[in-house]
Ligand binder design. Structure first.
Ligand SMILES: Cc1cc2nc3c(=O)[nH]c(=O)nc-3n(C[C@H](O)[C@H](O)[C@H](O)COP(=O)(O)O)c2cc1C
Length: 205
């Protein structure tokens, strides 16, 4: 939102959409109508969140569309923006700008006690730094001056240190979640199974 405001302020007509709010047909239409497309997401294990990967996968390929990619992160990702660009490249996007923005931690899982606060005065420093970086990023996009943080081989290798084990651990829940979604969509449950059978019927697909 803030980036959109900065781009508008500098004369670039900008609209922002949540990927949850647009289907693939609408996304394709919006992308075709735009000269430049930006993609933003929070980094999860130096990687894209699954909904963002699914969103990109569903896009129709296009001819050489300029793009910028940014990610938010708590501490460090190595190549969080480059990873997004690597998903976009096969779809025809050319990522000229990539940036990382450090944000306050919002992970509050009781087993992993990461430093968390909602105290605005304590968050100000982090947010002010992110604001400065955001303004510089917007200026580079408007000036057409390519800038890609974390697109070098060292950042890639550092990103892999987190991404490779994260994907390994994550693959199982994704697999089961997808199977469950499929099963729920495709299974026809006889209304009487609860009374006539002690267990649910086998899934048919
Ligand atoms: C599952 C998970 C994995 C995460 N992995 C990373 C990471 O690798 N590096 C990092 O700096 N932050 C990581 N974070 C923190 C998020 O990137 C951070 O909370 C988010 O970008 C904050 O932006 P938001 O306020 O827009 O959600 C992770 C958070 C979650 C929930």
């Amino acid at each position: 939102m803030e980036l959109a405001r900065l781009l508008r302020e500098r004369g670039i007509e900008t609209a922002v959409y949540s990927i949850e709010a647009v289907d693939s047909a609408k996304s394709d239409l919006l992308i075709n109508q735009s000269d430049l497309v930006g993609f933003g997401y929070p980094v999860y294990g130096s990687d894209l969140p699954q909904p963002m990967k699914d969103f990109i996968e569903d896009l129709s390929p296009i001819q050489s569309k300029p793009a910028f990619v940014y990610c938010t992160q708590w501490l460090w990702s190595g190549d969080g923006a480059r990873t997004g660009a690597s998903f976009l490249r096969p779809k025809g996007f050319k990522t000229f700008w990539g940036e990382h923005f450090l944000m306050p931690n919002n992970v509050t899982v009781s087993v992993i006690r990461l430093p968390y606060t909602n105290d605005r005065s304590k968050l100000e420093t982090v947010l002010a730094r992110a604001g400065t970086r955001l303004r510089r990023f917007a200026a580079k996009v408007v000036a057409g001056r390519p800038f890609r943080r974390g697109f070098d081989p060292v950042s890639y290798l550092l990103g892999c240190v987190q991404r490779v084990p994260f994907r390994r651990v994550y693959r199982r829940p994704v697999f089961f979640a997808r199977c469950r979604k499929r099963a729920l969509r495709r299974t026809i449950w006889p209304l009487s199974w609860k009374t006539s059978s002690p267990s649910p019927p086998a899934t048919a697909w």
